[in-house]
Design a protein around this ligand. Structure first.
Ligand code: GLU
Length: 439
């Protein structure tokens, strides 16, 4: 007798979603679910997107300089690969947790889909305070983490990149470790196993500044929607790491004024605009903006920082930093998310009620992964493009995405944030419907 096949519906997204309201992953899934509803994605797509495909946790020993061995915990979450190889950064931070990495991986899927990159979404991390490690220990930890990931990363399978707490040096070590453990030393076809490498080791021109540069292109495209002009824009930054400092430089180069900036150690304001070049030099040398002195620059409290009047506020630090009080204090027209997931659901609601528009991270900070894609393409082809070409490609990619978002917001009569998720989900959903579910 032929086997009877009973069609079983996949459990609904609701059944799979985490229940903890404080969970970053729950917050990310909720945004994707409402986008699915708006673009009328089938229930099975919603269910698939509400969980990562693979969740890997590794515990691995590292020899400290004093001879002791310490165990570190690392993660790699592969959320989705319907559009191409898994792609996303690796974070080194003491607060790294499974739930957060899952959320960040889901956002990578959305980011790549919105940008129309042939990549899926992933994220990884190690729970570590890099300030506690010597450069040698950092290298050994990176190499041991990479070898622990084994075949779970690969140039056509899952491609890591920098994120909070990691940089080009760490990517160079990851690439070198992968090549040494996966080949007999033959480079060809392997160096694109990670992106965000130094230019000498196969990295792309323009990758280091890419996230800030991309945000600048997005603002240039969307500011007219809010009757704002780049030349007399007043902006503020929360965070002055890679994203914050390059955003400051690219916006200031177009005439915008940085009127307020806060990092982990200090908050500074200047109503005529802070001198961005000098501030970047100071932060690079000292590891913080604290102690920066210049005519007209004042140090203020966090609350006074948030209350500074400005046109665009750019959180470019960690997740969940714009909660109820901060959303109430902000005195701006637009909040452009430079970092991932900076606004809590309660914070977003207040901003919305106060008429402050949110430009979502999956659009605003997609410059990083967009240039990662260009690095991957250059490595595959064995070529090296000049900065002009990289910037031009980045601009085209991210401006087209910004236009898609603006159009979807008008079509669905919704805000830009929901529209951005809608555009991403529509692309993923259409791909699923064309390909079907195996077998
Ligand atoms: N970590 C960055 C992000 O969150 C870049 C990822 C990449 O280049 O793959 O978008």
């Amino acid at each position: 007798m032929p086997m009877q096949r009973v069609p079983v519906e996949l459990p609904g997204a609701k059944a799979l979603a985490p229940a903890d309201p404080g969970s970053l992953f729950a917050m990310a899934v909720a945004a994707v679910n409402s986008a699915c509803d708006i673009v009328k994605a089938p229930e099975y797509v919603k269910a698939i997107l509400s969980q990562p495909k693979n969740e890997l946790i590794v515990n691995f020993p590292v020899r400290r300089d004093d001879g002791r061995y310490e165990i570190f915990k690392g993660y790699r979450i592969q959320h989705n690969n319907i559009l191409g190889p898994y792609k996303g950064g690796v974070r080194y931070h003491p607060e790294v947790s499974l739930d957060d990495v899952k959320a960040l991986a889901l956002w990578m899927t959305m980011k790549c889909a919105l940008m129309r990159l042939p990549f899926g979404g992933a994220k990884g991390g190690v729970k570590v305070n890099t300030r506690d490690l010597s450069p040698d220990e950092l290298m050994r930890m990176t190499r041991r983490f990479t070898s622990a990931l084994g075949n779970h990363i690969g140039p056509d399978w899952d491609i890591p990149a920098p994120d909070v707490g990691t940089n080009a040096q760490i990517m160079d070590w990851m690439m070198d470790t992968y090549i040494n453990t996966h080949t007999d030393g033959v480079h060809h076809g392997m160096m694109q196993v990670v992106t965000g490498k130094s230019v000498r080791c196969g990295g792309s021109e323009g990758r280091e500044k890419a996230t800030g540069q991309g945000l600048c292109y997005v603002l240039a495209e969307l500011l007219p929607e809010f009757k704002l002009r780049m030349e007399d824009l007043r902006f503020g930054l929360l965070g002055f790491g890679n994203v914050g400092s390059f955003t400051a430089q690219t916006l200031a180069a177009r005439g915008a004024k940085l009127v307020a900036v806060m990092d982990h150690a200090a908050a500074l304001v200047h109503s005529d605009g802070l001198p961005v070049g000098a501030l970047c030099e100071h932060a690079r040398a000292r590891g913080s903006i604290a102690g920066f002195k210049s005519a007209g620059v004042r140090e203020v409290s966090p609350e006074a920082f948030y209350r500074t009047p400005m046109d665009v506020f750019i959180p470019a630090a960690m997740e969940r930093m714009i909660d109820t009080p901060q959303a109430q204090w902000l005195d701006c027209r637009v909040l452009a998310e430079g970092g991932n997931g900076p606004t809590t659901p309660a914070g977003s609601k207040i901003l919305q009620d106060r008429g402050i528009a949110i430009l979502p991270a999956i659009l605003c900070n997609a410059g990083g992964v967009s240039v990662s894609y260009l690095e991957w393409v250059q490595n595959k082809a064995g070529v090296h493009w000049d900065l002009e070409r990289v910037d031009r490609e980045l601009q085209r990619t991210i401006v087209m995405a910004a236009r898609r978002v603006r159009l979807a917001a008008h079509q669905h009569d919704t805000d830009l944030s929901t529209a951005a998720f809608g555009v991403a989900v529509e692309h993923l959903s259409d791909t699923y419907m064309r390909r079907g579910i195996f077998p």
